[in-house]
Design a protein around this ligand. Structure first.
Ligand code: KIV
Ligand code: ZN
Length: 529
């Protein structure tokens, strides 16, 4: 039987530390649900000491999914951090506390100002303290890849002696290369006397573009846990990409001889979810989950594929849940066809949500002749989280053209005011929904619509990123707009589709504004992480 490699996902912790990728608690719960469906073994849900919001998010993920995966909370070698992590994970079936302390000479001298002996002492004491909260303790010597091998060996051995059940060897700054990292892990396997009592883990950053290669080298040397994130999300150049690690191990099982428990057909939907929540777009040619990952353009390749798929394909698109541009549905497709397609695309929707997608589909089919898988995905994602939005777009009108001053009139509905009104009127559901109308000029029609919405909501944000792309081919393709805005020192993302790109842009901007006004994310990691 093949060995199992534990997949430790840190999208909600290290991934979220990526600039502009903060997630609200409901968003984290959605990602956690996708991770559970995907079958990850460990979810690092956050860093509870950093803020009440982070604590609540870890607690919420732990409460909801604590019986379906190991839920992990990060802590520095400080009692308060560990207590907070222990508290966030209290009462769940499989809690894990992840304690870390930097060990490299650079960190010892400049960041911690601690001598080697003090580092060992602090690591041991805090692993022992964490052990009073739960059995499953992970210890990370931060910046391990730049730590002297003898010292690293000693720290790891002492951490295991103190009770660490997983020892993670982070390449915090993405400095390692595959052969070097292989040697580090091999050295620990050979020289840490009690290494058989713990799982060796790898945690690689991608500064040199080597995070996945380094993680695989570590597995080859004997690591049996890989820390990674969906789409390789993470600080700077990111972390090792979960989908790449998993598919490399699966595709090259002949070589690595190991398995994971990942339900690989869910990879693409998890990737799309994380991208749409964080606003971090996936490059078209990204391995495994990119839009072109299975597209063959060259005639010689297409010819080969038609004769025998394996001539140019090492993985099957369906094994990663890849959505191509298949022509799938027509105007007369019924609810059952939509339901089965939604399922095939990897989404779990309830009947009410299916009905909404179906109605959107019928409306789209009136505007657009050919409907592709990518259109269905866009319809589903368009609706994601909107029920939580305070402000809804009722309608807008623009006037623009050469020589004209771009002007927009917008009508928004305030769901919060309406629900208060309904409560005050003792359930007066028959009252007409309250809406607000305002107008603005702008540098162009999109700018005018955005400014009019800001006037209604009473905020002023700064547009930082704006992109529009066609969801599928053809002149009648839907346009997908993605925006990033800055508001009160934070960045918020929004994404929306429509056959009208100005409407898509308005909806995307409104999504970002909704996130900004109902912000539930609070201050991020303390200095030194
Ligand atoms: O990169 C790193 O060293 C980390 C640790 C906290 C494991 O993220
Ligand atoms: Zn990291």
């Amino acid at each position: 039987m093949a060995d199992n490699v534990i997949i430790f996902d840190t999208t909600l912790r290290d991934g979220e530390q990526s600039p502009g990728c903060s997630m609200t608690t409901p968003e984290k719960l959605k990602v956690a649900e996708a991770l559970v469906e995907l079958g990850v073994d460990v979810i690092e849900a956050g860093f509870p000491i950093t803020s009440p919001g982070d604590f609540e998010a870890v607690r919420a993920v732990a409460q909801k999914f604590g019986d379906r995966a190991t839920i992990c909370g990060l802590a520095r070698c400080r009692k308060n951090d560990i207590e907070r992590a222990g508290e966030a994970l209290r009462g769940i079936a499989r809690p894990r506390i992840h304690v870390f302390l930097a060990t490299s000479p650079i960190h010892r001298e400049f960041k911690l100002k601690m001598a080697e002996r003090e580092i060992v002492k602090a690591a041991v004491e805090h692993v022992q303290f964490a052990k009073t909260f739960c059995d499953d303790i992970e210890f990370s010597p931060e910046d391990a890849a730049r730590t002297e091998l003898d010292f690293l060996t000693e720290v790891v051995e002492k951490a295991i002696e103190a009770g660490a059940t997983t020892v993670n060897i982070p390449d915090t700054v993405g400095y390692a290369t595959p052969n070097h990292y292989f040697k580090v892990i091999s050295h620990l396997k050979q020289h840490v006397s009690n290494i058989h009592k713990a799982v060796i883990s790898t945690h690689c950053h991608n500064d040199l573009g080597l995070a996945v290669a380094n993680s695989l080298a570590a597995v080859e040397a004997g690591a049996r846990q890989v820390e990674c994130t969906i789409n390789g999300l993470g600080e700077r150049a990111g972390n090792a990409a979960l989908e790449e690690i998993v598919m490399a191990l699966k595709t090259r099982k002949d070589y690595y001889g190991v398995e994971t428990r990942i339900n690989t057909p869910k990879l693409c939907s998890a990737s799309r979810l994380v991208s749409s929540i964080t606003g971090m777009l996936v490059q078209r040619n990204k391995a495994i989950v990119g839009q072109n990952a299975f597209a063959h353009e060259a005639g010689i390749h297409q010819d080969g594929i038609l004769k025998e798929r394996t001539t140019y394909e090492i993985m099957r698109a369906e094994d990663v849940g890849y959505v191509g541009v298949n022509l799938v549905l027509g105007k007369h497709s019924g609810r059952a066809a939509i339901r089965s397609h939604v399922l095939q695309l990897g989404y779990q929707l309830d009947e009410a949500q299916i009905e909404t997608v179906y109605k959107d589909f019928i409306a789209l089919a009136d505007k657009k002749k050919n409907i592709y898988d990518a259109d269905i995905v866009a319809l589903i994602e368009n609706r994601m989280n909107v029920s939580m939005d305070r402000w809804k777009l009722v309608r807008f009108h623009i006037s623009a053209g050469t020589g004209a001053i771009p002007t927009a009139t917008v009508e928004l509905q305030d769901e919060l005011a309406n629900s208060k009104l309904a409560t005050d009127l003792n359930g007066g559901a028959d009252e007409p929904a309250k809406t607000i109308i305002d107008a603005s000029i702008g540098d162009g029609p999109v700018d005018a619509v955005c400014k009019a919405m800001e006037r209604i909501i009473g905020v002023s944000a700064e547009l930082k990123e704006y992109q529009v792309r066609a969801v599928s081919g053809g002149e009648d393709a839907q346009g997908e707009a993605s925006v990033a805005i800055d508001y009160e020192g934070r960045r918020y993302h929004g994404k929306a589709v429509s056959t009208d790109v100005i409407e898509a842009s308005a909806l995307a901007y409104l999504k970002a504004l909704n996130k900004a006004v109902s912000d539930q994310v609070v201050e991020k990691a303390p200095p030194g992480v």
